[in-house]
Design a protein around this ligand. Structure first.
Ligand SMILES: Nc1ncnc2c1ncn2[C@@H]1O[C@H](COP(=O)(O)OP(=O)(O)O)[C@@H](O)[C@H]1O
Ligand SMILES: N[C@@H](CCOP(=O)(O)O)C(=O)O
Length: 323
């Protein structure tokens, strides 16, 4: 469960009173997620009925100076009718406030559930939704560098070190070599946009085949769109229990994306290698989290070896996916 900070009832009520949303009725810690503390907040609302919001306290890997980018991008995409939550500003107009020295923000609650076993139809819907945010986010005026690019992933793995990596799993140290190859890839000629960069099933809310919410934009950045597509492909198109590739889901996601934004020739040519780097990105961050998660945190660590298996699939088959 991801609640790193425990806020008392009075503290929460005082915080909510800074927003024009009525009075606090309830606040429940949310089990999902690994990065931030999240509460589902219900208030008396300002109109006919009660209202729900998500209250997030930013805990890990988030720089305060990035919040205008993350929260502004949500508002930009929401205004363009993309299924992302808008942010709720406080009475002073601020998109985030400080509480106990940490930033907190209130965002719109969206309906839907995250699929645990996505169907091809759901993979198709997410492919189309991803292409839409790439297109609609192009004229968002702020920019943010990717702090989890391939060179950063290599640095994380090197910092963990061969011995600690081997302690997690004996096959992990061997992934330093492909991480070096990914870091050396030249992606500078590929088209860029504001990308989500972590569009896993648990970051998408769906009702049936419809995407109702793309959430957790806290790795969003300005980078190549094919990287976002490869990351989403790696996250959605493998069986969760076995890490075996599901070609139906994979084809559905890639063709729905391309129906909205066809890939350019050089994006297609590099896709397999980008997908290898995308898989290694989650090996790196999960390995770091594995070694780094506080003992008393109410959070479930994610297994880096799942993405080692997916990396192997792309190393062996990645060049054929868009052939
Ligand atoms: N706007 C939202 N509407 C509805 N539920 C949300 C919203 N934002 C977050 N959640 C819920 O909170 C959980 C954790 O949010 P997330 O942003 O993914 O946290 P973390 O950054 O810790 O991964 C999600 O899995 C979802 O259940
Ligand atoms: N999606 C990443 C973990 C990032 O955590 P999130 O809960 O903020 O999405 C992974 O699966 O490793």
């Amino acid at each position: 469960m991801a609640v790193y900070t425990h806020l008392g009832a009075e503290e929460l009520a005082r915080l909510i009173s800074e927003y024009d949303v009525g009075e606090l009725i309830s606040a429940k810690g949310i089990a999902e997620g690994v990065s931030n503390s999240n509460w589902l907040v219900e208030t008396s609302g300002t109109g006919a009925g009660t209202q729900r919001f998500i209250l997030t306290m930013y805990e890990r890997r988030i720089e305060l100076s990035d919040l205008p980018y993350f929260l502004g991008l949500l508002d930009h995409l929401s205004e363009r009718s993309c299924p992302v939550p808008r942010t709720i500003h406080d009475r002073g107009g601020a998109a985030y406030r400080m509480e106990r020295g940490k930033a907190v923000a209130m965002i719109e609650y969206l309906p839907g559930v995250s699929p645990t076993r996505p169907t091809p139809a759901q993979a198709s819907a997410v492919g189309a939704a991803l292409a839409r945010i790439h297109i609609e986010g192009r004229d968002f005026p702020l920019r943010r560098a990717n702090t989890m690019g391939f060179a950063d992933n290599l640095a994380i793995l090197e910092f963990c070190g061969q011995e600690a990596l081997g302690g997690i799993h004996p096959e992990l140290p061997a992934l330093l070599a492909p991480a070096r190859e990914a870091a050396a890839l030249d992606l500078s000629a590929l088209p860029r946009a504001n990308i989500h960069a972590d569009l896993f099933p648990d970051n998408v809310l769906m009702l049936g085949k419809q995407v109702t919410g793309m959430i957790d934009f806290y790795f969003a950045c300005t980078d190549v769109m094919a990287l976002d597509l490869a990351t989403t492909h790696a996250a959605w198109c493998f069986h969760a229990d076995t890490n075996v590739y599901d070609p139906e889901r994979g084809e559905a996601l890639l063709s729905a994306y391309q129906a909205v934004r066809p890939l350019e020739e050089d994006e297609r040519a590099l896709f397999g290698r980008i997908a290898q780097g995308a898989a290694l990105r989650f090996v790196a961050s999960r390995a770091e989290d594995w070694l780094d998660t506080p003992e008393d945190a109410l959070v479930t660590r994610k297994d880096p070896m799942e993405f080692a298996a997916r990396w192997r699939f792309y190393a062996e088959n990645g060049d054929r996916l868009l052939a």
